[in-house]
Design a protein around this ligand. Sequence first.
Ligand SMILES: *Cc1c(COP(=O)(O)O)cnc(C)c1O
Length: 398
Amino acid sequence: MLATTKIIHSIPVDEQTGAISVPIYQTSTFVQEAPGVNKGFDYSRTNNPTRKALEDLVASLENGYAGFAFGSGLAAIDCVIKLLSAGDEILAVSNLYGGTFRLFDKIFKKFGITVNYTDTTDWVNVVEAITDKTKMVWLETPTNPCLQISDIEAIGKIAHQYGAYLVVDNTFASPVLQKPIDFGADIVVHSATKYIAGHSDVIAGLVIVNSPELAKEVKFIQNACGGILGPFDSWLTIRGIETISLRMDRISDTALKLAQYLEQHDLVDVIHYPGLSSHPNHHIACKQQKKFGGIISFSLKQDRLNEALDFVGATQLFKLAESLGGVKSLIAHAASMTHKTIPRAIRHQIGVQDSLIRLSVGIEDAEDLIEDLEQAFEKVQKNGRLKSFSLKASLAKV
Ligand SMILES: *Cc1c(COP(=O)(O)O)cnc(C)c1O
């Protein structure tokens, strides 16, 4: 069975009624035949049939052993960190999602878990930074917002030599484009809020593991800490997955066209998109990804903050909003929105320039999206001319 057929037919038909859509079991508890005798479900924090359908589906999507669904991507990440104990260390990609950094730095540090950061785009840095205390190597690939790529296979081997787990946040690629477990990852996490659910209508998170031992531990933590996904949101996520294959194909093809258009544009300075042969780790992206996804970021010539703000205010189809991965295209300005909490000097160090703009490409027609960007560039240019004109005019008056 090929990939898309497998996804569609991993969604079960309801045995009792024949319902082709997974029923929403909106219930907290299940009646028992005798104490401890039940049909596999006793309390919905522990297990719920709708959530279980989603969990089995995502395990299959990622070629994992088992999947677990949480109330948000961060709740999923929180569960994975709880596999560790005080004194353990994590070695993480330096270009990390801000919310994950906050969780490491503001919450788990207090509990004695140390996180060290390194530029994992070159695996040699991982060899240098890993220690006997490292229990997890934490990757995101591609990263947000600079679309950096790390070699999952090479870094997995290094982690395993030290007896550490390799965790991959696969949110940006989605399991359709990249299956980290196939390349040696032990644990995959997702903000299912993004591409997996895919319609900007639910907050959800996933953990997928590659072994029965890890499954047992994650299941225990999920039930003990309780950050589960509810039945209705599980159903929404399943419904999103039904079209994920179509969406990721379409979005990736459109994004590549847009990246090529932007790359040759006079007003664009740096462009980050792993599908372009100019991307520094394009060859690694080709090895581990089927296509290159829907996120593009770019900066403007002369790197002016005001021009970037003019630009993100000028697009019509690209809606100005945080988040990504939905069917409608979104645009965001990193320095004033998604990465505003990071001090400017550090932002510059990690490649987030003042004018860096991030696009989340949706399923609209590529021609319309290009036209939208073109008219925004024209407006920015015109504003620039007006500004220099009024400056000259006011200087002339002096
Ligand atoms: C959004 C995001 C998260 C957090 O997910 P939530 O569903 O918002 O909690 C984690 N990792 C990455 C890469 C993300 O983009």
